[in-house]
Write a protein that binds this ligand. Structure first.
Ligand SMILES: [Zn+2]
Length: 222
C-alpha cells in the first residue's frame, strides 16, 4: 500500500509498528486507552495524562541519586591497615593519571557524562511539555536523547563494581558508602524509566501535547 504525504509534518500523523514495521495512521484515543497495531495487535501507543508528572518526578529523583552517587566515595577498602576510598570521579581520574587517556575518557562519557545528560534531558523535555512550550526544542531534545541513550551504561558499571567487590572480599575489608546505595537506587530508577517510558511514547506524547495546544489556543483572559 502506498501512502502519499504532502510534507514532512504530515508524517507526524503516522506511526510505525515496532514489531511488524507497518505504517499506521495515528488516531486520537481516550485517556488511559491503548492503540493496537491493526496487523499484529501489538500496543502502538497509549495515552496517560499522568505520564508527564510521573516522568518529571522520576527523572528529578534519579538526578538527585546520581549526584549523591558521585558526591561521596562508593566504597572504602582496608588492606593491611591502609585505607582507600573509591569514587566514580577518582576512578576516572586515576585512569587518566595512569596514562589510559582514551579509556578514561570513554569511561567518563559512559558512566558520568551520558547518564547526567540523559537525566537533564528528561527533566527538560518533561518540563517543556508540561508548560506546552518549545515544540521544536522538545523534538530536537528527543532526537538527542535517542542518540545518547544507547551509550549510557551505569547498570553495567554497577555490575562490574559488584564483581570486583566479590573478588576482593577475602583479601580486604570493604565498607559501603552512602554513594554505593545511591548508585543502586539510581540504576533501579534508570532501568524503570527506560523500561516503562519508551522513547516512541514520548514522541507521541509531544505530538499530543503540542497538537492540543494548537487546537485550544491559550485561554482568553476575562
Ligand atoms: Zn504491528
Amino acid at each position: 500500500m502506498k501512502i502519499r504525504v504532502k510534507n514532512e509534518d504530515e508524517l507526524d500523523h503516522y506511526i510505525i509498528c515496532h514489531k511488524c514495521h507497518t505504517l499506521q495512521k495515528e488516531v486520537p484515543i481516550a485517556d488511559g486507552a491503548k492503540a493496537l497495531c491493526s496487523q499484529c495487535g501489538v500496543v502502538l501507543y497509549h495515552r496517560d495524562s499522568r505520564l508527564m508528572d510521573h516522568g518529571l518526578a522520576l527523572s528529578m529523583t534519579g538526578l538527585i541519586f546520581f549526584l549523591l552517587a558521585n558526591a561521596f566515595p562508593l566504597v572504602r577498602i582496608d588492606i593491611l591497615g591502609s585505607e582507600r576510598f573509591i569514587s566514580i570521579t577518582s576512578m576516572i581520574a586515576s585512569l587518566i593519571e595512569s596514562g589510559y587517556y582514551l579509556v578514561g575518557l570513554f569511561v567518563a562519557y559512559l558512566i558520568f557524562i551520558f547518564p547526567l545528560m540523559i537525566f537533564l534531558l528528561y527533566i527538560l523535555i518533561f518540563s517543556l511539555m508540561k508548560g506546552g512550550k518549545g515544540k521544536t526544542m522538545t523534538k530536537d531534545l528527543l532526537i538527542l536523547l535517542s542518540r545518547i541513550q544507547p551509550w549510557h551504561m551505569s547498570d553495567i558499571f554497577l555490575i562490574s563494581i559488584l564483581v570486583a567487590i566479590v573478588k576482593l572480599f577475602g583479601m580486604a575489608e570493604i565498607h559501603f558508602g552512602i554513594s554505593f546505595w545511591a548508585l543502586i537506587v539510581f540504576v533501579l530508577i534508570d532501568t524503570y524509566i527506560t523500561r516503562s517510558i519508551h522513547l516512541g511514547e514520548l514522541w507521541t506524547l509531544q505530538k499530543q501535547v503540542y497538537r492540543s495546544k494548537k487546537e485550544n489556543p491559550a485561554c482568553v483572559r476575562d
